[in-house]
Design a protein around this ligand. Structure first.
Ligand code: GLV
Length: 386
């Protein structure tokens, strides 16, 4: 035997899938199983281009944009983040980062690796930004762009967006927005709000698998892309990918091999969302989370975000009574109730639980199941601590 490494034994193990009630990934639409088993499509089949066109039309709807430059990056949400930043801000230009959680920290790292100058403005991690707070920095720094997270799954906050695009444009900045955990669950109006670059992901309120990241660029962003004197990494180059994605009606150019199951999955999410319609989806998320918050407050739980209008309708952050360990608490819910929620991430480590009521799970039934399980777990820890 000449092989240096012999064949390992790879065997199936038993696995009980938990109820996915964390900040993502979330449970799938029931139609996803069929979507994921659809035939492989490649650029040699007409159906490939039909699917890309379906996806682009669905994305224009969910982002609420008439822009042509709308497509999906291969990769999880970080791919969308890297694409939006690297296509719109060049080495030596300034990116102003509005920071309140972990995702803007990722934007900071990505921008620095690209040689972009970064400036950071912070808000308390359980609150959001006002226009009054952002304006002086935009005026002083005149950055190429402002990066802000719409829904922040690390803190459970949602940023108000009204007027932000206009403010950025007044000072010559583009507005880049992370909508990974907000789109579908929370109103987002790209064109109306003057957003120039937005990205999202499929494993949150879209209720699909992670691995493809929709992106959308405004006309202003497109102008920058067409006139820039810098190049983004080849894989993320929207200028090249636009031709593969039929953004300009000339779809047959090849950039990279797209993952067929992910294309079908994204198309399936968009089919479900467009059937339900955005206003119904937004209302469903708002109602189930409001019900959840009401139940938590009746039971004396403290929400991490004090202002109701800052609370994100897709991910709730909850503070546990002193003396209860966050990791032990999530472990108990998994073992006793087969519920998966997560402890804090970034600024909420050791300070909050993160619970997602989104996508197919955005129902009052799930909210009740969660509230009952949280009370049971808290009682169990409190009587053990006595
Ligand atoms: C991951 O996306 C998280 O919110 O933890």
């Amino acid at each position: 035997d000449k092989l240096l490494v012999s064949a390992p034994s790879i065997v199936d193990r038993d696995f009980v899938k938990p109820k996915l009630y964390g900040p993502g990934p979330c449970d799938y639409w029931p139609s996803m199983e069929e979507a994921l088993s659809k035939p492989i499509i490649t650029p040699n089949c007409d159906e490939f281009y039909h699917v890309l066109d379906d996806i682009r039309a669905g994305l224009q709807y969910v982002f609420q944009t008439k822009s042509k430059l709308v497509l999906a990056m291969s990769g999880a949400g970080h791919a969308g983040m890297e694409a939006v930043i690297s296509n719109l801000v060049g080495r030596g230009e300034t990116l102003l980062i509005a920071s309140r959680g972990i995702w803007d920290q990722r934007a900071f790292i990505i921008a620095n690796r690209l040689g972009i100058k970064t400036e950071v403005i912070t808000a308390p991690t359980n609150a959001t930004f006002s226009l009054e707070q952002l304006e002086p920095e935009l005026k002083r720094l005149r950055p190429a762009a402002l990066f802000i997270t719409h829904g922040d799954s690390s803190t459970g906050t949602v940023q108000k967006m009204d007027g932000l695009g206009e403010l950025c444009h007044r000072y010559g900045a583009l507005l880049l927005v992370d909508t990974v955990v907000s789109l579908i669950g929370v109103p987002f109006l790209m064109d109306e709000w003057g957003v120039d670059g937005a990205f999202t992901a499929t494993q949150k309120a879209f209720s699909g698998p992670a691995g493809i990241s929709p992106v959308a660029f405004s006309a202003l962003a497109e102008e920058k892309i067409n006139n820039r004197n810098f190049e983004p990494p080849f894989y993320f180059d929207v200028k090249l990918q636009a031709h593969q994605w039929n953004c300009y009606g000339d779809t047959r150019s090849y950039h990279h091999t797209l993952c067929a199951p992910m294309l079908w999955a994204l198309r399936c999410c968009l089919q479900e969302i467009t059937r339900e319609t955005l206003p119904v989806s937004w209302a469903r998320h708002a109602a189930s989370t409001a019900h959840f918050h009401k139940r938590l407050q009746e039971y004396g739980f403290q929400l991490f975000v004090p202002e109701p209008e800052d609370r994100l309708p897709t991910v709730t952050t909850v503070v546990l009574p002193p003396g209860i360990d966050y990791l032990e608490f999530t472990k108990y819910l998994r073992e006793k109730h087969n519920i998966l929620i997560l402890e804090g991430r970034g600024p909420t480590v050791g300070k909050a639980l993160r619970i997602g009521i989104m996508g197919v799970n955005a129902t009052t039934k799930v909210a009740d199941t969660l509230a009952d399980a949280l009370v049971d777990a808290r009682n169990a820890f409190q009587s053990a601590n006595k």
